[in-house]
Design a protein around this ligand. Structure first.
Ligand SMILES: N[C@@H]1[C@@H](O)[C@H](O)[C@@H](COP(=O)(O)O)O[C@@H]1O
Length: 240
């Protein structure tokens, strides 16, 4: 695992975006694993700048997002589908049919999980972007006695719902379930970029990187991957 600590958030965001840009330059047909949450917003901003400068094009890339809420339509303002449109997809040349998010709106969620896994198997992820939940979750893989390998439906922890309530009008509106890529699928990515920002994540990032490998801290399983780069700001990195 490689660790890089940044004094300046803009430098961190540029560094992360450059990893994705380099991947696309090396292979214009690359498959990118994308994440939501507040952490990647600045990174997407830098990717858009690079696209606008003519440095990169997404026209032949494929993207897979980690997760989506169950019960929110892709038009809902707080759906991850809207998040991605707003923060990245509407500003770049990625063809719509090459941008994949699991759907939390279909009747047969089990079939949706299987179909997402099939697509992931056909187009393995070259580089996966990850944020970190306060409880150590990655995607929406919550701490548990066991973790699932493939895409599955998860019951969100109250703490996770509370953390994400800031994006909704009222806390009750935060969905109770999500569909998420499993830890197994995340670990299949060729390389992983874990980004952690803010003092409130200092403790959990320390546990994830230096604590025991345990399903109770899903991000700790990243210690088993051969090619992970961890980018932290000064506050998040203060205990490392
Ligand atoms: N499912 C997402 C995760 O993919 C994300 O990493 C996490 C942290 O979010 P933030 O970056 O806003 O702290 O929140 C959500 O629960």
């Amino acid at each position: 695992m490689e660790l890089k600590c940044f004094d300046n958030i803009s430098d961190l965001d540029r560094y992360a975006a450059q990893i994705f840009a380099d991947t696309i330059k090396h292979n214009p047909r690359a498959t990118l694993g994308l994440a939501t949450g507040s952490t990647p917003i600045g990174i997407y901003g830098k990717m858009i700048e690079m696209y606008n400068n003519g440095e990169i094009s997404f026209k032949d890339t494929t993207t897979f997002n980690l997760d989506e809420y169950v019960g929110l339509s892709p038009d809902h303002e707080q759906s991850y589908a809207q998040f991605m449109k707003h923060h990245l997809f509407d500003h770049i040349d990625l063809p719509k049919q090459q941008a994949h998010l699991p759907s939390g709106m279909v009747n047969d969620l089990k079939a949706e999980c299987q179909s997402y896994d099939r697509m992931l198997a056909e187009q393995p992820i070259d580089v996966q972007l990850l944020g970190l939940g306060h409880n150590g979750h990655i995607g929406f893989n919550e701490p548990d006695q066991e973790l699932q390998g493939g895409t599955h439906i998860v019951e969100l922890e109250e703490a996770t719902r509370a953390a994400n309530a800031r994006f909704f009008d009222t806390p009750d509106e935060v969905p109770t379930k999500a569909i998420t890529m499993g830890v197994g699928s995340i670990l299949k990515a060729d390389s992983i970029v874990l980004v952690v920002k803010g003092a409130d994540k200092a403790n959990i990032v320390k546990q994830a990187l230096h604590g025991p490998i345990t399903t109770e801290v899903p991000a700790s399983l990243l210690q088993t991957h051969k090619n992970v780069i961890v980018l932290v700001d000064r506050e998040a990195g203060r205990l490392l």
